[in-house]
Design a protein around this ligand. Sequence first.
Ligand SMILES: CC(C)(COP(=O)(O)OP(=O)(O)OC[C@H]1O[C@@H](n2cnc3c(N)ncnc32)[C@H](O)[C@@H]1OP(=O)(O)O)[C@@H](O)C(=O)NCCC(=O)NCCS
Length: 164
Amino acid sequence: MRWPFFSKLEIAIRSAKATDSDKIAELHREGGFFASWSAQEIESLMADRAVVTDTACDSRKSDQLYGFVMSRCAADEAEILTIAVQSKTRGKGIGRRLLEAHLPKLAQKGVKILYLEVEEDNRPARVLYERIGFATAGLRKAYYRKPDGSLANALIMKLDLDRL
Ligand SMILES: CC(C)(COP(=O)(O)OP(=O)(O)OC[C@H]1O[C@@H](n2cnc3c(N)ncnc32)[C@H](O)[C@@H]1OP(=O)(O)O)[C@@H](O)C(=O)NCCC(=O)NCCS
Protein backbone atom coordinates (compact mmCIF):
# COMPACT_ATOMS: atom_id res chain seq x y z
CA MET A 1 0.00 0.00 0.00
CA ARG A 2 1.24 3.48 -0.89
CA TRP A 3 0.53 6.34 1.51
CA PRO A 4 -0.40 9.32 -0.65
CA PHE A 5 1.08 11.93 1.69
CA PHE A 6 4.43 10.12 1.88
CA SER A 7 4.78 9.43 -1.83
CA LYS A 8 6.88 11.86 -3.87
CA LEU A 9 5.20 13.81 -6.63
CA GLU A 10 6.42 12.38 -9.92
CA ILE A 11 5.62 14.68 -12.77
CA ALA A 12 5.53 14.07 -16.51
CA ILE A 13 4.81 16.70 -19.13
CA ARG A 14 2.53 15.73 -22.00
CA SER A 15 0.37 17.41 -24.67
CA ALA A 16 -3.20 18.09 -23.63
CA LYS A 17 -6.05 15.88 -24.92
CA ALA A 18 -9.67 16.93 -25.54
CA THR A 19 -10.67 14.78 -22.53
CA ASP A 20 -8.54 17.02 -20.25
CA SER A 21 -10.81 20.04 -20.77
CA ASP A 22 -12.78 19.67 -17.50
CA LYS A 23 -9.60 19.31 -15.43
CA ILE A 24 -7.94 22.20 -17.25
CA ALA A 25 -11.03 24.38 -16.59
CA GLU A 26 -10.76 23.46 -12.90
CA LEU A 27 -7.04 24.39 -12.82
CA HIS A 28 -7.85 27.66 -14.60
CA ARG A 29 -10.58 28.46 -12.03
CA GLU A 30 -8.12 27.71 -9.22
CA GLY A 31 -5.61 30.05 -10.90
CA GLY A 32 -7.65 33.03 -9.70
CA PHE A 33 -7.82 34.74 -13.09
CA PHE A 34 -10.11 37.70 -13.69
CA ALA A 35 -12.40 35.57 -15.87
CA SER A 36 -12.63 31.77 -15.67
CA TRP A 37 -12.77 29.73 -18.86
CA SER A 38 -15.36 27.00 -19.21
CA ALA A 39 -14.47 23.47 -20.34
CA GLN A 40 -16.21 24.28 -23.68
CA GLU A 41 -14.08 27.40 -24.20
CA ILE A 42 -10.96 25.36 -23.43
CA GLU A 43 -12.02 22.61 -25.82
CA SER A 44 -12.53 25.06 -28.65
CA LEU A 45 -9.16 26.71 -27.96
CA MET A 46 -7.47 23.29 -28.01
CA ALA A 47 -9.16 22.48 -31.32
CA ASP A 48 -7.43 25.49 -32.89
CA ARG A 49 -4.29 24.29 -34.70
CA ALA A 50 -2.47 27.48 -33.72
CA VAL A 51 -2.91 26.70 -30.02
CA VAL A 52 -0.36 24.53 -28.19
CA THR A 53 -1.39 23.14 -24.80
CA ASP A 54 0.83 21.11 -22.47
CA THR A 55 -0.03 19.59 -19.15
CA ALA A 56 1.90 18.48 -16.09
CA CYS A 57 0.50 15.15 -14.94
CA ASP A 58 1.26 12.35 -12.50
CA SER A 59 3.83 10.17 -14.28
CA ARG A 60 2.00 7.03 -13.04
CA LYS A 61 -1.51 8.29 -13.62
CA SER A 62 -1.54 10.58 -16.64
CA ASP A 63 -5.17 11.68 -16.14
CA GLN A 64 -4.20 13.37 -12.86
CA LEU A 65 -3.26 16.92 -13.86
CA TYR A 66 -1.23 19.32 -11.74
CA GLY A 67 -0.88 22.17 -14.21
CA PHE A 68 -1.10 23.32 -17.78
CA VAL A 69 0.18 25.98 -20.15
CA MET A 70 -1.45 27.20 -23.34
CA SER A 71 0.00 29.39 -26.12
CA ARG A 72 -1.29 30.67 -29.42
CA CYS A 73 1.08 30.94 -32.40
CA ALA A 74 0.84 33.47 -35.23
CA ALA A 75 3.58 33.25 -37.87
CA ASP A 76 6.92 33.47 -36.01
CA GLU A 77 5.42 34.90 -32.82
CA ALA A 78 3.37 33.34 -30.04
CA GLU A 79 1.65 34.45 -26.87
CA ILE A 80 1.29 32.47 -23.67
CA LEU A 81 -2.46 32.66 -23.10
CA THR A 82 -2.35 31.15 -19.65
CA ILE A 83 -0.42 28.95 -17.24
CA ALA A 84 -1.63 27.56 -13.93
CA VAL A 85 -0.49 25.02 -11.38
CA GLN A 86 -2.81 23.39 -8.81
CA SER A 87 -2.57 25.59 -5.70
CA LYS A 88 -1.38 22.84 -3.30
CA THR A 89 1.48 21.83 -5.63
CA ARG A 90 2.82 25.32 -6.38
CA GLY A 91 6.42 26.18 -5.58
CA LYS A 92 7.67 22.67 -6.44
CA GLY A 93 9.09 23.47 -9.87
CA ILE A 94 6.06 22.33 -11.91
CA GLY A 95 5.55 25.71 -13.61
CA ARG A 96 9.19 25.76 -14.60
CA ARG A 97 9.07 22.19 -15.94
CA LEU A 98 5.98 23.01 -17.96
CA LEU A 99 7.65 26.00 -19.61
CA GLU A 100 10.93 24.15 -20.17
CA ALA A 101 9.03 21.50 -22.15
CA HIS A 102 6.62 23.93 -23.84
CA LEU A 103 9.13 26.44 -25.23
CA PRO A 104 11.06 23.98 -27.45
CA LYS A 105 7.72 22.81 -28.93
CA LEU A 106 6.91 26.40 -29.89
CA ALA A 107 10.39 26.83 -31.35
CA GLN A 108 9.85 23.66 -33.42
CA LYS A 109 6.71 25.26 -34.87
CA GLY A 110 8.84 28.22 -36.05
CA VAL A 111 8.16 30.61 -33.18
CA LYS A 112 11.00 33.05 -32.61
CA ILE A 113 9.47 35.55 -30.18
CA LEU A 114 7.17 34.72 -27.32
CA TYR A 115 5.04 37.30 -25.46
CA LEU A 116 2.87 37.21 -22.38
CA GLU A 117 0.94 39.54 -20.11
CA VAL A 118 1.22 39.33 -16.35
CA GLU A 119 -0.29 41.35 -13.55
CA GLU A 120 2.41 43.59 -12.14
CA ASP A 121 1.76 42.34 -8.58
CA ASN A 122 1.83 38.62 -9.45
CA ARG A 123 5.20 37.86 -7.91
CA PRO A 124 5.25 34.03 -8.32
CA ALA A 125 4.48 34.34 -12.03
CA ARG A 126 6.97 37.16 -12.58
CA VAL A 127 9.76 35.21 -10.83
CA LEU A 128 8.95 32.13 -12.93
CA TYR A 129 9.08 34.10 -16.18
CA GLU A 130 12.27 35.94 -15.24
CA ARG A 131 14.00 32.66 -14.33
CA ILE A 132 13.10 31.30 -17.76
CA GLY A 133 14.60 34.41 -19.40
CA PHE A 134 11.63 36.69 -20.15
CA ALA A 135 12.30 40.44 -19.98
CA THR A 136 9.79 43.24 -19.46
CA ALA A 137 8.90 44.87 -22.77
CA GLY A 138 6.05 47.18 -21.78
CA LEU A 139 3.50 48.29 -19.21
CA ARG A 140 -0.27 48.62 -19.60
CA LYS A 141 -1.56 50.82 -16.83
CA ALA A 142 -4.90 50.00 -15.18
CA TYR A 143 -5.32 47.09 -17.61
CA TYR A 144 -7.09 44.52 -15.42
CA ARG A 145 -10.22 45.09 -13.36
CA LYS A 146 -10.10 42.99 -10.18
CA PRO A 147 -13.24 41.40 -8.66
CA ASP A 148 -13.27 44.19 -6.01
CA GLY A 149 -13.41 46.79 -8.80
CA SER A 150 -9.83 48.05 -8.37
CA LEU A 151 -7.51 48.25 -11.36
CA ALA A 152 -4.16 46.53 -11.81
CA ASN A 153 -1.29 47.16 -14.21
CA ALA A 154 -0.18 44.53 -16.72
CA LEU A 155 3.42 43.97 -17.75
CA ILE A 156 4.18 42.75 -21.24
CA MET A 157 7.07 40.29 -21.17
CA LYS A 158 9.05 39.01 -24.12
CA LEU A 159 11.39 36.11 -24.76
CA ASP A 160 13.58 35.64 -27.80
CA LEU A 161 13.46 31.86 -28.34
CA ASP A 162 16.51 31.99 -30.65
CA ARG A 163 18.60 32.96 -27.62
CA LEU A 164 17.68 29.92 -25.52
C1 LIG B 1 2.67 31.24 -11.55
C2 LIG B 1 2.62 29.73 -11.31
C3 LIG B 1 2.16 29.04 -12.59
C4 LIG B 1 4.04 29.25 -10.94
O1 LIG B 1 4.04 27.83 -10.89
P1 LIG B 1 4.91 27.05 -9.79
O2 LIG B 1 4.86 25.61 -10.13
O3 LIG B 1 4.44 27.42 -8.44
O4 LIG B 1 6.36 27.67 -10.05
P2 LIG B 1 7.76 26.96 -9.76
O5 LIG B 1 7.65 26.16 -8.52
O6 LIG B 1 8.19 26.26 -11.01
O7 LIG B 1 8.69 28.19 -9.50
C5 LIG B 1 9.36 28.87 -10.53
C6 LIG B 1 10.26 29.93 -9.93
O8 LIG B 1 9.45 30.93 -9.32
C7 LIG B 1 9.78 31.04 -7.93
N1 LIG B 1 8.55 31.20 -7.17
C8 LIG B 1 7.47 30.36 -7.17
N2 LIG B 1 6.56 30.82 -6.31
C9 LIG B 1 7.07 31.96 -5.77
C10 LIG B 1 6.59 32.90 -4.82
N3 LIG B 1 5.39 32.73 -4.23
N4 LIG B 1 7.36 33.96 -4.51
C11 LIG B 1 8.57 34.13 -5.10
N5 LIG B 1 9.09 33.27 -6.01
C12 LIG B 1 8.35 32.21 -6.34
C13 LIG B 1 10.44 29.74 -7.57
O9 LIG B 1 11.32 29.89 -6.48
C14 LIG B 1 11.15 29.37 -8.83
O10 LIG B 1 12.39 30.04 -8.94
P3 LIG B 1 13.74 29.17 -8.85
O11 LIG B 1 13.67 28.21 -10.03
O12 LIG B 1 14.80 30.17 -8.97
O13 LIG B 1 13.67 28.46 -7.53
C15 LIG B 1 1.68 29.38 -10.12
O14 LIG B 1 2.04 30.15 -9.02
C16 LIG B 1 0.20 29.60 -10.42
O15 LIG B 1 -0.48 28.72 -10.95
N6 LIG B 1 -0.32 30.80 -10.06
C17 LIG B 1 -1.74 31.11 -10.31
C18 LIG B 1 -2.01 31.35 -11.77
C19 LIG B 1 -1.13 32.48 -12.33
O16 LIG B 1 -0.93 33.51 -11.70
N7 LIG B 1 -0.63 32.26 -13.58
C20 LIG B 1 0.21 33.23 -14.26
C21 LIG B 1 -0.63 34.20 -15.00
S1 LIG B 1 0.35 35.39 -15.92
